[in-house]
Design a protein around this ligand. Sequence first.
Ligand SMILES: NC(=O)c1ccc[n+]([C@@H]2O[C@H](COP(=O)([O-])OP(=O)(O)OC[C@H]3O[C@@H](n4cnc5c(N)ncnc54)[C@H](O)[C@@H]3O)[C@@H](O)[C@H]2O)c1
Length: 337
Amino acid sequence: MKVLITGGAGYIGSHTTVELLEAGHEVVVVDNLCNGSEVALRRVEDITGKTVDFVCADIRDREAMDAVLAHHDIDAVIHFAGLKAVGQSVSQPLTYYENNVNGTLVLCQAMEAAGVRRIVFSSSATVYGSEAPVPYVETTPRGTTSNPYGTSKAMVEKVLEDLVEADERWSVALLRYFNPIGAHPSGKIGEDPQGIPNNLMPFIAQVAVGRRDELTIFGGDYATVDGTCERDYLHVVDLAVGHLKALKAVSERGVSVYNLGTGQGVSVLQMVNSFTRVTDVAVPYRVGARRAGDLPAFWADAAKAEKELGWVAGKSLDDMMADTWRWQSGNPEGYGG
Ligand SMILES: NC(=O)c1ccc[n+]([C@@H]2O[C@H](COP(=O)([O-])OP(=O)(O)OC[C@H]3O[C@@H](n4cnc5c(N)ncnc54)[C@H](O)[C@@H]3O)[C@@H](O)[C@H]2O)c1
């Protein structure tokens, strides 16, 4: 297949590009590089020995999207492009809705005009909202999202469902990611957040490599295994393979929804201890106040993806730690180093 990957120069997009190229697909990446790097794509070429067709463009630029779709005979789109910082979305809601929701509308309008109607969308476990029972299962309706980022994901899911409702030629896969971490085992590509990392794993890695003094754990008094929050961490390469499998789902018409997670919760302290055990590098930390909006614990029921797509998150927590460290220690300053 020839696949257009929006946001392919970012963290999950670059890993997915590797898996698609290695599986023999052709890939065109569109990215405006607001949070991605062209270096990542060159490294993807190093890893795979294949060429990545890259177009530096914004998905909100209709003319640019029309041109990409006119020049390439695209079979399906995997849509990663979007902004993802939860805290920033609270202070800049218009920016988030404009980029994530309007960006998807422009992309879909261009796809419709070009007759390309297969899309795999990067959604998130956050769409289950705060009320959903754990583990989250796809049959639970979307809940009350607690920030504009999460709401933008829920809105896009609804937009894509409505598209299928209106025109049965559309095929949509909504992939609800849990917490992707880790890096490609080559150590050549990984997560390279700009500024202070919002997520736990890159924070741990940056403390370990000496870029930050210590980790602050947000809350040690939750009703969890050790008082710290529990999340479902999955290896980014497993997640990337999930997209490869989801291409199968979009060869059939309609909407399909899949949780992509391991099905297991791991606490913040378990993460820190596991990192130190695997890498032999200490991570100084202190336990601070809870962070507003954090849920105590959630993880996936990932049975549907296994049953229907034959996908399981097979890599272990030790793999996630070792691969994160290989990437971070080999690239202390990320792609800019
Ligand atoms: N990383 C996570 O924990 C996580 C969890 C759930 C869902 N997601 C979603 O998965 C997707 C990919 O996440 P990621 O972690 O790889 O993020 P990322 O920021 O590394 O990648 C997103 C890419 O999209 C590009 N981009 C953003 N807006 C664009 C636009 N308007 N036009 C063109 N390119 C644009 C950025 O430059 C970046 O390269 C996002 O939609 C994110 O919301 C991520």
